[in-house]
Ligand binder design. Structure first.
Ligand code: GLU
Length: 290
């Protein structure tokens, strides 16, 4: 039985591309944060979006992490094995009035939100009181309230999910599970207490907190790591041309990731020394966060 106070963290890459400098910074921050709390650290492969996946990426990510000394403390979880858990969570949400079926096509949503003057992408609530046509997707019912949390990096964050996002998708029209539901169901099942991930996900957090509350699970704490940007100021990602890590210089890649996290230059001559020194420095620089 896990003590409610023990630290459990995770790194949850999506195999839509190879590990690159940006994802390495997140992996390093989450591992160092878990180590500095004498916590448990897990790897989860978020392979719930087959159309966006890259063949061989999972194996590449895991092998590269392993070579750099990132070892999951428990068996690696694969989201493609978790469909039953997502279905069960959706049933719970439906039974309690938190989820409803939606029959809108992308075009119908676009037209209705333009007619109502809603911001781009905000669902107009068309099927809230009853599905139009047949159920294509399942959505979470939001309300006009502000969700607030305190991020360890960014401080207080507020969002009115109904106004800024609308009733968001839990299960997609193509039958695949939405990231928002899968990530929360898995983090709850793994008893994750501390989430460390990229700042691109900061504004997804209020949606996920609504799911924690609806599923009656305790909220985790959040540390949203600043993004690594390319020369044009875009987030480093496969889409913005991030090159995969250099397999012949993984120590150098770790050193650069540590610098990007704001740690002083380490200059280690082996992986073992790198991890010891990086941990010492992380503890020093983080002593003022939760
Ligand atoms: N799978 C997500 C990604 O690769 C991360 C999800 C999370 O950490 O919550 O960006």
């Amino acid at each position: 039985m896990t003590s409610p106070l023990s630290y459990r963290g995770r790194f949850a890459p999506s195999p839509t591309g190879l590990l690159h400098a940006g994802s390495l910074v997140t992996a390093l921050a989450s591992r160092l944060d878990a180590l500095s709390h004498d916590g448990t650290w897990l790897i989860r492969i978020e392979d719930i979006d087959p159309p966006r996946e890259m063949k061989g990426a999972t194996e590449h990510i895991l092998a590269t992490l392993d070579r750099m000394g990132f070892v999951s403390d428990e068996p690696i979880l694969y989201q493609h094995d978790r469909y039953e858990a997502y279905e069960a969570a959706l049933e719970t949400l439906k039974a309690q009035g938190f989820a409803y079926g939606c029959g809108c096509s992308r075009k119908a949503i676009q037209e209705a939100s333009v007619a109502l003057g809603l911001p781009q992408g905000v669902y107009p609530g068309t099927c809230r009181e009853g599905v139009h046509g047949h159920v294509r997707a399942w959505r979470f019912r939001t309300h006009d309230t502000v969700t607030t949390f305190t991020d360890r990096v960014c401080g207080e964050f507020h969002q009115n999910v109904e106004r800024d996002v609308g009733d968001f998708v839990l299960k997609r029209a193509d039958g695949f599970w939405a990231y928002q539901l899968a990530v929360v169901v898995d983090d709850i099942a793994s008893n994750i207490t501390h989430i460390v991930r990229g700042q691109d996900l900061l504004d997804n957090t209020p949606r996920q907190l609504l799911l924690y509350d609806a599923l009656k699970a305790p909220r985790p704490t959040y540390y949203h790591v600043p993004l690594v940007l390319n020369d044009e100021g875009q987030k480093l990602s496969k889409q913005s041309g991030a090159t995969p890590l250099n397999p012949d210089d993984l120590l150098g890649e770790l050193e650069r990731a540590a610098t990007r996290l704001g740690l002083p230059k380490i200059g280690a001559d082996s992986l073992d020394v790198f991890w010891v020194k990086a941990l010492e420095l992380w503890k020093l620089t983080q002593s003022n966060t939760l």
